[in-house]
Design a binder for this molecule. Structure first.
Ligand SMILES: Cc1cc2nc3c(=O)[nH]c(=O)nc-3n(C[C@H](O)[C@H](O)[C@H](O)COP(=O)(O)OP(=O)(O)OC[C@H]3O[C@@H](n4cnc5c(N)ncnc54)[C@H](O)[C@@H]3O)c2cc1C
Length: 417
């Protein structure tokens, strides 16, 4: 694997940048693998990387129906935080934040992780109570989160409007300073490059169309658009398409798939120093290194697989952004798009074994899974390699919807980005 360093950059610069090698191979699928991961988003690629790196399982393929990172991984607003209410969630998301903190060095790939702080605005007395509860719960779990007055919130984010006569006045904010953003494409590319270097085959334009099971009911092969591929174990990591793919194995999932939209403005000079989220108004915003304001909206009210959502959803979000940050009123929006998010009844993910031997699933991240990418891949690789859940992943099993042990972040926050 070609190493990135200041020296390499200088050498390539002097040579007209003609010496860079392709970052990963483009292999033909082999007839059989020890493990096949379906879905080359960040979570699938991270899973393959940790399977190879930590468990020595290198006869692995990642099958992707489109191009790697072209799903929600390449469509999200990249907010990273771990200030979730329940112990199980705090453990999972903080595991991820700790991995994010060393990921650029680990992958030798600049994922542009920026801990600029995530501030969540409270607009109602209910918000204040809920966020203060989060602050206390997080502190008990060793996760940083602090309460700010409106004036402190404005000091942290000067463009914020804290006037008392707003439709949704700012009554305070919860701030996680270790939260921030990362460059989504770089995360997918970094994991892909590192997994490929350890022998993982990443096979793009390869759609899984059927899952074959043997006489005992265990998974044995995948029928794909590039032929039959046998596998001892299969991990399904396909986000919004999970119900469709798991349906191929006869497993019905407690999921609904919704469009979720984001949009970016024209680029401007650095003006927005942090990430701000408002669950009540349902808007969230940061500024990319290119200078664009990156703005996220809510899910559509109806289920769909269209990868685009209703205009009224983004209009509502922009109304809110203009009220919260009046200086952005004359900004022009450049692009908007949608992704399909897979939402569970308790808004927590599903990571683990399934009723089908040899078939594992990682899904249900809904509107907020980018932040978990390294942690999710790490615990899912363990689960597949050992055929038993990683301790952090264990509470996020599929059976919780039968047993009633929900991890109800839906009731806790109603939003997850
Ligand atoms: C607009 C938007 C904003 C978001 N904002 C945030 C945020 O700020 N912070 C945050 O933490 N999360 C956010 N999310 C959620 C986050 O993007 C996802 O939870 C996360 O990226 C899921 O990653 P993944 O690897 O599981 O899925 P994906 O990246 O979607 O990868 C799944 C892959 O599976 C492939 N696939 C599907 N079916 C098949 C098949 N039959 N055969 C082969 N391949 C198949 C798809 O093509 C896709 O590439 C947002 C999502 C959207 C849409």
């Amino acid at each position: 694997m070609q190493k990135f360093s200041g020296l390499a950059l200088l050498r390539q610069g002097l040579g007209g940048h003609l010496g860079w090698q392709p970052q990963w191979r483009n292999p033909e699928p082999k007839p059989a693998y020890d493990v096949v991961i379906v879905g080359a988003g960040g979570h699938g690629l991270a899973t393959a990387y940790y399977l190879a790196k930590e468990h020595g399982i290198r006869n692995v393929a990642v099958l992707e129906k489109g191009w790697l990172g072209g799903g929600n991984t390449g469509r999200n607003t990249t907010i990273i935080r771990s200030n979730y209410l329940f112990d199980e969630s705090a453990a999972l998301y903080d595991h991820a934040v700790k991995l994010w903190e060393g990921l650029t060095q680990e992958l030798n790939y600049n994922i542009m992780f920026s801990q600029r702080g995530v501030m969540m605005l409270a607009h109602t007395v209910h918000d204040v109570q809920v966020f203060k509860r989060h602050v206390h719960a997080n502190r008990l779990n060793g996760v940083d989160n602090e309460w700010l007055t409106p004036e402190q919130a404005k000091e942290f984010c000067p463009p914020l409007n804290i006037a008392a006569n707003m439709r949704y006045p700012i009554l305070g904010a919860a701030l996680q300073r270790r939260g921030g953003t990362a460059r989504h494409d770089a995360v997918a590319w970094g994991y892909a490059r590192a997994a490929d270097a350890m022998g993982v085959d990443i096979i793009q334009n390869c759609e899984v169309k059927a899952i074959r099971r043997n006489a005992q009911g265990a998974v044995e092969a995948l029928e794909t658009s590039r032929g039959t591929i046998r596998a001892k174990k299969v991990g399904v990591v396909v986000a919004g398409s999970t119900s469709v793919v798991m349906g191929m194995a006869g497993v019905r999932m407690p999921l609904e798939s919704y469009p979720l939209q984001a949009l970016v403005s024209e680029p401007v000079k650095p003006v927005f120093p942090c990430v701000v989220m408002s669950n009540t108004i349902h808007a969230y915003i940061s500024q990319s290194d290119k200078g664009e304001l990156v703005i996220g909206a809510g899910t559509d009210a109806y289920t769909s697989y269209t990868q685009r959502g209703g205009l009224h959803i983004t209009t509502h979000t922009l109304d809110a952004i203009c009220e919260l940050f009046p200086m952005f009123r004359r900004m022009r929006m450049l692009r908007n798009w949608g992704g399909i998010v897979d939402v569970t009844p308790d808004r927590s993910p599903i990571i683990g074994k399934t009723p089908v031997p040899g078939l594992y699933v990682n899904c249900g991240w809904g509107t907020g899974g980018f932040k978990a990418t390294p942690g999710s891949g790490h615990v899912f690789a363990h689960t597949i390699a050992k055929d038993e859940p990683h301790p952090i992943a264990a509470p996020f099993n599929l059976d919780r919807f039968k047993a009633g042990y929900l991890i109800d972040e839906a009731a806790a926050a109603a939003v997850a980005h």
